[in-house]
Ligand binder design. Sequence first.
Ligand code: FE2
Length: 347
Amino acid sequence: MAQAKILIADDDILVREAVYKILTMFGHTVVSCASGEEALAALACDFDLIILDINMPGLDGFETLKRINDCNYGIPVIFLTGAGSMEYAVKAINLGAYDFIPKPIEDLDIFNIKVKRAIEKRKYVLQEKVYKENLESEVRSKTRELAKKNRLLEEYNEDLEVSTLNTMLTLQTALEEKDMYTAGHTNRVTFHAMNIAKALHLTEKEMTVLERACKVHDIGKLVIDVNYIRKPGPLSDEEWLLMKKHPEIGANIITPLAFMQEEIFIVRHHHERLDGKGYPDALGGSDLNLLTKIITVADSFDAMTSMRSYKKNMEPLTAIAELHRCAGSQFDPEVVRVFVEVLDSQI
Ligand SMILES: [Fe+2]
């Protein structure tokens, strides 16, 4: 049997010394105490077994056991019970004692077996504790590892999203740069729309969606014959019909991109009007969300103030007057009000 560290408490010096001798004879290390108080003072988590007398002056065995239990060390306790006191033995077990040994100790083999069994129980409890701690530590480590992998995956996803968006923006910018009249349009629309969004205190998520939508709002023009865009003079009815398809085409282009699902609506409806007379679906009023209403105002303002091949650009003040005139019919009045405030602060 492996050597164990045992705490004994008995006020009877004869019993105490007899138990001490037996246990040390079996190779155990023994700390011997004359009372419950002394035993509690000597108690430490590295004991493998506690042997307690029941009747002791001061703290009796039961009270001492309660306080030992409060420490939660999981050390098994064996009670020493006088002959015929079965009632005490039952009470001790009910209080959480591991076993009891009648005294005087007459059968050394039984004593030894009971002590050995209690020590094995302690060994098992400690092994279980170590196993549980190792398991918890392993779970924590795996959770950390998983969180790290998730972070890497998220970063990779973000990189992929940014790269895709940048590629589309490059294509759109290339298209705009071919035509001196539209050069820089997307960047200016994004700039105006983000200023309105900030003034309206939109959330970070809404700002991200709006910015992405702005960057690709005219991406549908990529598949329309650029000669129309660059054509001097006004477009014919047929050319206009084709040009008016660009919001739908743009929405279709970004539909396969899983991270752009919220932007699809904005791109498709950036030429709708509040009064429902816009295109492609003649949506109006509350059918249009705030982000779409913002891009509509920003887009129209830039279209009015940029030089077009077939008409001269408007002065900012004239364009602002036009925004006011169309507030409530084409544009959302609150968005116009906020945008004009932003523009005023920039002049
Ligand atoms: Fe457009």
